[in-house]
Design a protein around this ligand. Structure first.
Ligand code: PLP
Length: 393
């Protein structure tokens, strides 16, 4: 791409578009399953890979390609493969790069479905996973075995917003001939570009901030031409968890506003975290933008801002947490995040409800913990909505 010296704000709006002969200003949606060849010889050349061009939309589609090129430009990567969901991005990465007998070391603080994918499904095919502490480098080193091929993490983590040191973990991975895969869903490339810190592959759930308005499912795998452009793409075009052209078009419009949205989500989350920190009924706030946060300095080095998700604890366990949640009128009680609408969740009984009591204690998921994914509403309105329940404790 020749526009790589543009700033990320410009890339998010301009990268990847190739206008058709119609001269359309906005990105078009190519709703077509297959593509027509000029002759039988051209069809043969395309299928043999001797001639570049579209064959079938499970492989490539112009709208999806524009999305892939734009996201690759934002992450500073050579290649991007768009997928049907964030989970299919993780599945495609694992199945493309690993084989039976391989081993994964993952942060223990990752998305719940990813844990199920690793423990229940990949293990059936002889791929085992061990878990390390998000913030303890020594525990990662200890978990690495001679057959470890891949280190996997998500930063900041959910719901305790702990920040992992991407550079240190990339160095550790490479020392042991492993790849570092980072799920960058919470930050997006606007706030954090893991490849710059040495990560090999970046995963996205486009369903979250890239869409930005909670409308469509999608995902992406980002990295170099060999790992992503050949290996992951090869799996995707065969197995078929491809992104639909319509969803790619929604995500393209999402990307156009990603930069300003992430700045606003972050500014509002910092305001709300500060308000909660000062509130007498709140015992603890988890947000890396607060100077008290254990990885505040690391987050400042690694991220352009601190993101839109925070969590906080109140005394009184589940009953107190539910009282706050049930007294909100503005915030939506839902586990999704990355939406213009703020959401509120009780992790201990929803996203982390499958954990045993002991696992919850180990993971730091207290019964009085509440997670908020801060949307784009007015901060005073959000504060008032949370304070109604807090004042009843
Ligand atoms: C939501 C999410 C996923 C899964 O993405 P889907 O689009 O729901 O499949 C993966 N990782 C993180 C961090 C998420 O928040």
């Amino acid at each position: 791409m020749d526009d790589l010296d543009w700033d990320i704000e410009t890339l998010a709006i301009r990268a990847g578009q190739q206008r058709t002969l119609e001269g359309e200003h906005s990105d078009p949606i190519f709703m077509t399953s297959s593509y027509v060849f000029g002759s039988a010889a051209e069809a043969e050349a395309r299928f043999k890979g001797e001639q570049a061009g579209n064959i079938y939309s499970r492989f490539t589609n112009p709208t999806v390609r524009t999305f892939e090129q734009r996201l690759a430009a934002l992450e500073g990567a050579e290649s991007c493969v768009a997928t049907a969901s964030g989970m299919s991005a993780i599945l495609s990465t694992c199945l493309a790069l690993l084989q039976s007998g391989d081993h994964i070391v993952s942060s223990q603080s990752i998305f719940g479905s990813t844990v199920v994918l690793f423990n229940k499904y990949l293990s059936r095919y002889g791929i085992e996973t061990s878990y390390a502490s998000q913030t303890d480098l020594a525990s990662w080193e200890k978990a690495i075995q001679s057959n470890t091929k891949l280190l996997f993490l998500e930063t900041p983590s959910n719901p305790l917003i702990e920040v992992a040191d991407i550079k240190a973990l990339a160095d550790l991975a490479h020392k042991h001939n492993c790849l570092l895969v980072v799920d960058n869903c919470f930050c997006t490339p606007v706030l954090q570009r893991p490849l710059e810190f040495g990560a090999d592959v970046v995963i996205h759930s486009a369903t979250k901030y890239i869409d930005g308005q909670g409308r469509a499912m999608g995902g992406a795998v980002v990295g170099d031409n060999k790992i992503v452009g050949e290996e992951v793409f090869g799996f995707l075009r065969t197995a078929g968890p491809s992104m639909s052209a319509f969803n790619a078009w929604l995500f393209l419009t999402g990307l156009e506003t990603l930069s300003i949205r992430m700045q606003h989500h972050s500014a509002k989350a910092l305001e709300l975290a500060t308000f909660l920190q000062d509130h007498a009924k709140v015992s603890r706030v988890h947000y890396p933008g607060l100077p008290q946060h254990a990885q505040h300095l690391l987050a400042r080095e690694q991220q352009a801002a601190f993101g839109g998700v925070l969590s906080f604890e109140v005394e009184g366990g589940k009953e107190a947490a539910w009282k706050i949640i049930d007294n909100t009128k503005l915030l939506s009680i839902t586990a999704n995040l990355g939406d213009a609408k703020s959401t509120i969740t009780h992790p201990a009984t929803t996203t982390h409800g499958r954990l045993s009591d002991e696992e919850k204690v180990n993971a730091g998921i207290k019964e009085g913990l509440i997670r908020i994914a801060v949307g784009l509403e007015n901060t005073n309105d959000l504060q008032a909505d949370i304070e109604r329940g807090l004042n009843q404790l």
